[in-house]
Design a protein around this ligand. Sequence first.
Ligand code: WT7
Length: 654
Amino acid sequence: MTNPTSTDTLYAPSAAFVANAHVTAEQYKAMYAESVSNPEGFWAEHGKRIDWIKPYTKVKNTSFAPGAVDIKWFEDGTLNVSANCIDRHLATRGDQTAIIWEPDDPKDEAQHITYSELHRRTCRMANILEGMGVRKGDRVVIYLPMIPEAAYAMLACARIGAVHSIVFAGFSPDALGARINGCDAKVVITADHAPRGGRKTPLKSNTDAALLHCKDSVKCLVVRRTGDQITWAEGRDYDYNELALEADDYCAPAEIAAEDPLFILYTSGSTGQPKGVVHTSGGYLVYASMTHQYTFDYHDGDIFWCTADVGWVTGHSYIVYGPLANGATTLMFEGVPTWPDAGRFWAVCEKHKVNQFYTAPTAIRALMAHGTDPVTKYDLSTIKVLGTVGEPINPEAWNWYNDVVGKGERPIVDTWWQTETGGHLLTPLPGAIPTKPGSATLPFFGVQPVILDPQTGAEITTTAAEGVLCLKDSWPGQMRTVYGDHERFEKTYFSDYKNYYFSGDGCRRDADGYYWITGRVDDVINVSGHRMGTAEVESALVAHVNVAEAAVVGYPHAIKGQGIYAYVTLMNGVEPSEELRKELVKWVRTEIGPIASPDLIQWAPGLPKTRSGKIMRRILRKIAENDYGALGDTSTLADPSVVDNLIENRMNRG
Ligand code: WT7
């Protein structure tokens, strides 16, 4: 449907969809207005959507004030997150499927895990962890494939009040070791191998390598996924499958304070090593469950599928915590979109009668390249809502998703949020907010986005505006601190623009008040929907003996959104070669993981620097984008001639 007064084409939900939706346009307006004019009252009410052991009497106690950033929600309440995700559903839906597990290989059988089974499995895992000495407040690192045990492990930690920190199975031993040490974990839970796309990642041997750099006291719990042979360290390694046979089926859920940590998740920033984003229990669960219900218009009995990995926040909030808190059936997929063929997503949607499907633009673009046949041969009539997350979605991908997958009839929710935000901040509610291709539309309840002038920091109050995206006030799902470093938390998010949370994203607001994310304004790049700090890749590169200096930037990439472009200055006397180029790519893969592999490496005899020695990244970005005609002012460079050399030898001529 087109609205001629709008700044762009509007797609409105059908009357039938609206009739059945949790929230209509009028209700959204009223609820949103209440949520920002009376946050205390609004959240006092909506906090009740989860079960509390001791109900809260205080709702919101938050400050973004310089030097005194402090965020607390429902602070005097107590609860157990695992009991909210499992026990409270047992009476009414014990036999309902909680998790559908679809294995990597379509020839292997899917599993349907009921809420009762989830309860038993989680209790056993909790008892095993307690048997290994894990106590409330201890950290447990989870390094697992996309298997149900990953959910059991998360919920088992939540059950006993341990704090989990999941490390994506694509990360290298070094990255794993740094995270185990970073949060001083007592136990790491891993598997023998992780099957993915017909290949296997050796998780146990990666963990063995990581643990060489960790305290001797760290124990390892091993899940047998493939049954392949692995090395075993007697006394350190524990066999999950064996222990689960004997473990007790019941473990009482501990009473946890609302502001006790639930998990730590490491994420990349513009400087330094990844930081441990801390989410706590009460506010996070309220927010994850509420956004899951409203953003996807989830109804009882629906089958919900988020294709993310539990190693990312999307998997935390929308595979495990949000859906399970809502008593949903959540699908967990071990594989990849293009194996055994490009129809796999749609085969799984048909097979399990998926009602809401949530994926990333990079996956959509990769599948688009295979044409429409792999989609149209499957029955996708059960799908009611389509979702996207991770990066701005380009109109071509949006249209393909809408026309080919959604048959032009399914609302698409483009959800903007971050590891730090716990859940969606900008998103359409599918029955309430007409969408525009490429816009994350309007704020969720309680969310107050503002656009600031990046130079002056002043709030731009006209409807149409462009600048940096900040949040004016807190919401229950907001991160509380950087693990072990509250100062870094304040410095990263609250120091550039005082009294605001700074997202790191650029943004435009159109004349209809719709928000359009324009991408990161810091030195963070978005590769296939994964966040990567350019500083991290640079420090991996300079750790190589032959590398003197490195500068990394993003450049437009047809499938990944952004590719990784590295300028490398070699040590004196080292000759550039194809072999060295390959070696450096391999080096970064082992230092960080395959997701950090540079796509292009340019040998740079010199880097453009100011007289004070600061690398002018703006210039490097332009050359990487093949947009070297628009370099802007280069007069402050110490040696302008290095730029000519870089242009001449640029790697991206597309
Ligand atoms: C960054 C956060 C939150 C889950 C996945 C990524 C970008 C995320 C969108 C979107 C435009 C988006 C932003 C953000 N981003 N969703 N719908 N439209 N950009 O989490 O790794 O913490 O990355 O991803 O740049 O800051 P993350």
